[in-house]
Design a protein around this ligand. Sequence first.
Ligand code: AVJ
Length: 323
Amino acid sequence: MTIAIEVHLDADTALQMAADVRAGLLAEPKELAPKYFYDERGSQLFERITELEEYYPTRAERSILAGRSAEIVSAAGAPRTLVELGSGSASKTRHLLSAMRDAGCLRTYVPVDISEEITYETAESLVGEYPGLAVRGLVCDFEHHLERIPDGAHGRLIAFLGGTVGNLYPADRRAFLARLAALMGPGDRLLLGTDLVKDSARLEAAYDDSEGVTAEFNKNVLEVLNRELGGDFDLDGFEHVARFDADEARMDIRLRSLAEQTVRLDGLDLTVGFAAGEEMRTEISSKFTRERLEAVYEEAGMAMDGWFTDEPGDYALSLARPS
Ligand code: AVJ
């Protein structure tokens, strides 16, 4: 069979969200997890963000893959399997798949994504574009089902692109990378996309664009809570805040309550108050340096094995192996 896709989504997902949002709204300060941004509208808004003049990371990552995939595949030891965490429409992945095909090593693509529909669609198009390719997809929340990734006898390249690792807090990031390291064999390599530290004006513009798309994307999480948890958030009662925290080397993204207000979530049987000016964090997006990333790998039981940046040095793809 050319396409085989396993689905691991369950009733758990909804319960998890309810528990998670309740804890976040009762915490001091309040906080929501960035994974709740991405309903259909949120995913569309993120697509628009990637096309904004100010938002450089997606273009930077694509330019590295477009120019250096052959080098990356060779440095990774000509793997037969490409695993992609958060594969989506796999638009940037084709550069890696083509380089693997040209190197004669391409056998299997393992997309891992939360969306069943897009995973099937992508699998169908890719088997058409790469004759002989086997797709063994996984539909799941990869933070929970990492251990279900199929083995690969001849080396796997595990790609985690888009800078999403930057959304994890240091302790969660370390745990996640350590779990990855534990399931990697000596011939496997991680390919990780990370945004790099740069001047705060450019960073803040990338997360607070002049068209207001990022503000809309941020507020959309309230719409998600209204729909999924029976909430009555008034989106006009909040404003988008995006600041670079230089001490922590990360963007800190929040929603600020414009007035004192009360929000009811029937699905949680919960009423929460917001003070005027109160800020609720919705995302962090960490920015790295090469040295910092080396340390991040080391504490997770990996070692950096390759470093590829775009021309201006805005963004990096790095390779790492289990140590
Ligand atoms: C796709 C999660 C990496 O952190 O830059 C873009 C998400 N948030 N603008 C990022 C995002 C606001 C993005 N990631």
